[in-house]
Design a protein around this ligand. Structure first.
Ligand SMILES: NC(=O)c1ccc[n+]([C@@H]2O[C@H](COP(=O)([O-])OP(=O)(O)OC[C@H]3O[C@@H](n4cnc5c(N)ncnc54)[C@H](OP(=O)(O)O)[C@@H]3O)[C@@H](O)[C@H]2O)c1
Length: 332
């Protein structure tokens, strides 16, 4: 590790608060442990959970770096004991429970994937968090099948833009909700068959109309709040609802009799605290089933904006404005 510096620039959270608490700091360069690789980061994706962490609402799981950032792409510069999957100099992208907003990070080699052919580092750095999340929630938990209908709320989000493309690529009829006509247009361009502006249309009525009155087979929901009751209404008999966040709050009043009468399944999951082995199992499926789609150009991260690492605060301001469509990326 002769050429690797002792220290690096990383973005710290000075104290919980607004975007300005994100400040460049000097930190030691982490050293790769057994099975880990050290990556010189070129690009790190920004995700809504980073905003929550900055505000003090999403503590890193035990053992994770306190530096924000759940994904990155870069070049392998060192390997820990037993790490042999990637060569020094190889470009990878990776999922981490923290540490992405930095010049270097370590990751278990099983939670890294090779850069998809034809991808820039900025594009690859915007892949892991949403692709791991959508794969495990839509295809593993939600069991989406070709020919089914699928509704994603927040269709223009990083998660939504990924879910639309993947669901479409796997043969579902895709419905998406979004908060403006511009966002709805973007959802349609990405492959949504129906984009519903939830500010001007009732998504329950629109979803039922789009499915010939049947309702939707699978709903991926990040909104929660009153959407919980409305999702039960929008779902088809035996429909599934997978909860990945509660942007409108985790508590609500709902008519649970619909769960019973329609034989619905309501489940959910969160990716960050899952074990390295569980994330590795998702990575294996992504490599086998999704990497060919990325490399064939059938799915692509939508990069809305990039900011230099030192301007992480600006990136968070943009994310909180919700003006973006797709992903925001920090470049190192
Ligand atoms: N469970 C997991 O494992 C997991 C993993 C990753 C992310 N997540 C969650 O997934 C969600 C999306 O993440 P992301 O990084 O893709 O976010 P993002 O790009 O910032 O998008 C969030 C979008 O949600 C829409 N939205 C709807 N209701 C909202 C509300 N009450 N407050 C703010 N935005 C609202 C906004 O668009 P409109 O203009 O259409 O309203 C906004 O642009 C986040 O809640 C995140 O915490 C969960």
């Amino acid at each position: 590790m002769a050429d690797i510096p002792e220290t690096m620039t990383a973005i710290g959270i000075a104290t919980p608060g607004g975007p300005d608490v994100l400040r460049p700091e000097t930190r030691p360069v982490p050293r790769p442990g057994a099975g880990q690789i050290l990556v010189a980061i070129a690009a790190a994706g920004v995700n809504r959970p980073d905003v929550l962490q900055r505000q003090g609402g999403y503590t890193p799981p035990p053992g994770a770096s306190d530096i924000p950032g759940l994904e990155f792409a870069g070049t392998v510069v060192a390997r820990g004991e037993g790490a042999r999957r990637y060569a020094i100099g190889q470009q990878v992208c990776a999922l981490v429970p923290g540490g992405g907003y930095a010049e270097f990070a370590v990751v278990d080699e099983s939670n890294a994937l090779p850069l998809p052919n034809g991808f820039s580092l900025a594009e690859a750095g915007a892949v892991p968090e949403t692709y791991f999340t959508v794969w495990t929630n839509v295809f593993q938990r939600g069991r989406l099948q070709a020919g089914e209908s699928f509704l994603v709320h927040g269709g223009s989000s990083g998660i939504g833009t990924t879910a639309i493309q993947l669901a479409r690529a796997f043969g579902a009829t895709v419905l998406a909700t979004a908060g403006s006509e511009e966002k709805c247009r973007a959802c349609r361009e990405l492959g949504a068959d129906h984009a519903i502006n939830y500010r001007t249309e009732d998504f329950v009525a629109a979803a039922r109309a789009a499915t010939g009155g049947r309702g939707v087979d699978l709903i991926l929901d990040m909104v929660g709040g009153d959407y919980i009751d409305r999702n039960y209404e929008a779902a088809a008999d035996q429909g599934r609802i997978v909860q990945i966040a509660f942007l409108n709050g985790p508590k609500t009043t709902a008519n649970f009799s619909r769960l019973m009468l329609k034989r619905l399944t309501h489940t959910g999951s969160t990716l960050r605290p899952r074990t390295i082995a569980e994330k590795a199992a998702i990575a294996v499926e992504l490599h086998e089933k999704v990497w060919p789609l990325l490399e064939a150009g059938r799915c692509r991260p939508q990069i809305h904006a990039t900011f230099p690492l030192a301007q992480a605060a600006e990136a968070h301001r943009l994310m909180e404005s919700s003006a973006h469509i797709g992903k925001i990326v920090l470049t190192v």
